[in-house]
Design a protein around this ligand. Structure first.
Ligand code: LRH
Ligand code: MN
Ligand code: MN
Length: 426
């Protein structure tokens, strides 16, 4: 379907008066407090988040999957869907592919399509947690950490193949997440498994093009429930350091044990120049992959507060690969992604409003109350008009969800693709 700038502009007309009412009010208050609105609007417009190719269909649980009509059934259609998201939000200017779920059949055509929609190819994700059809070796007992050299070699080769695919598309990073671990005590030798993983990652690292990064994701449990080889940021950082300068830790918000202080992890990794990427989602219990900001928006703000501090004070840390890693069973996946993108921008905008100088001074004075007030002053600001203005200025929708609905995007997709489509992936 062709969602043009004109469609969006026409739909914006209904919201313009209300928007300017609230924006002018907010702009006035923020300017009086000394904020540079032009700069904040630019920072918001520049902040682009990759959409994973597997989030565009309705996800499932291990108990069932309920299809959402009009889902994309090819990579081309997935890129089209990201184009829709990007037109409305102006924040989804990248795609992150999972291989082999989304191997392009025609590279030139895919590149042209993405280019036309202003979408870049961000980090590519390898997959050694599922057996692929016709694969010689099985990953049932691990991949890069497997006790069998043949399995490890197959997994290493897969990662090298993924780099090749990403390179053709213009990606600059490989994300490795391993399901490797054990479900029962005694099943694995922890030391051997870790050492094999390090050795395998070094082989993959050697195959990285010069300007590429290796992003190593950690997760404490699932699908293994006794031990996971790369269980936490410490394990990931050790492995990254063992590989070299171009290897970094990737933080997925859902990959922590309850109550972990994620903002502190983020801060220290940036200090050490080792935070490479970020997967956004939200969770109540585990790796729930719920809509960003739907459960713990204040925690997200505190994380962004550290990210903003790091982006301003840690030149030793590279630009981060931002990606949404959420997947749904019950919502329209596009509406869900719009909500996630909005929550990310909201947390980012609030973090940009934190008065860093005043905070530093309050910290020096050990004025604990003032420190909290400064953070909460920013957090309590309703920044939504700022996000809307940033979108409006770049041709997006004042209210992406409302425009998505009033322009009947899903109905048009169903008309085009039919009811019984099934996306690849999760
Ligand atoms: C693992 C994970 C990882 C995978 C994705 C599908 O839980 O977060 O990033 O690639 O989910
Ligand atoms: Mn992830
Ligand atoms: Mn996950």
């Amino acid at each position: 379907m062709n969602l043009t700038k004109q469609h969006i502009q026409d739909d914006n007309k209904k919201h313009l008066d209300a928007h300017y009412n609230s924006y002018n009010h907010l702009a006035d208050a923020l300017t009086k407090k000394g904020h540079n609105l032009e700069l904040i609007l630019k920072q918001l417009s520049d902040f682009q988040v990759a959409i994973p190719s597997w989030a565009l269909g309705a996800g499932g649980t291990r108990f069932g999957r309920f299809s959402f009509y009009g889902e994309p059934s090819s990579l081309e259609q997935k890129i089209d869907d990201i184009g829709i998201l990007h037109s409305l939000t102006q924040t989804a200017g990248a795609v992150s592919l999972h291989i082999p779920w989304d191997i392009p059949s025609d590279y030139q055509a895919i590149k042209e399509k993405a280019d036309h929609l202003n979408i870049k190819f961000d980090a590519v994700n390898s997959n050694t947690f599922q057996d692929q059809t016709n694969a010689k070796e099985s990953y049932k007992f691990g991949s890069l950490s497997n006790t069998s050299k043949a399995v490890r070699d197959q997994a290493i080769q897969h990662n090298l193949d993924v780099i090749k695919i990403g390179n053709e598309l213009g990606s600059k990073a490989l994300t490795v997440w391993l399901a490797d671990g054990s479900s029962f005590p005694g099943q694995n030798n922890f030391q051997t498994a870790f050492q094999y993983t390090q050795d395998s990652l070094i082989e993959i690292y050697k195959g990285l093009p010069k300007d590429w990064n290796l992003l190593i994701e950690y997760k404490p449990y699932e699908p293994n429930f006794y031990s996971t080889v790369i269980q936490d940021w410490g394990a990931s950082l050790m492995l990254a350091n063992g590989c070299g300068d171009k290897a970094y830790t990737l933080v997925d918000l859902g990959h922590h044990l309850p109550n972990t202080n994620i903002e502190q992890i983020v801060a220290i990794l940036q200090l050490k120049g080792k935070l490479g990427g970020f997967h956004f989602n939200d969770s109540k219990y585990g790796d729930d992959d719920l809509t960003v900001g739907s459960i713990k928006p204040y925690a997200l703000f505190l994380i962004f507060n550290e990210l903003v501090y790091g982006m301003e004070n840690n030149p030793q840390n590279p630009d981060l690969a931002w990606m949404i890693d959420a997947s749904h069973n019950i919502k329209d996946p596009l509406e869900d992604l719009i909500q996630s993108l909005e929550a990310i921008q909201e947390a980012y905008a609030k973090a940009l409003l934190v008065d860093q100088t005043a905070l530093k001074n309050a910290q020096l004075d050990n004025d604990v109350v003032k420190c909290q007030e400064l953070l909460q002053e920013a957090y309590r600001t309703d920044v939504r008009p700022l996000l809307a203005e940033a979108r409006l200025q770049t041709g997006g929708a004042i209210s992406p969800i409302n425009s998505y609905r009033s322009l009947s995007v899903r109905d048009l997709l169903i008309k085009e693709r039919g009811k019984n489509t099934l996306a690849t992936g999760l």
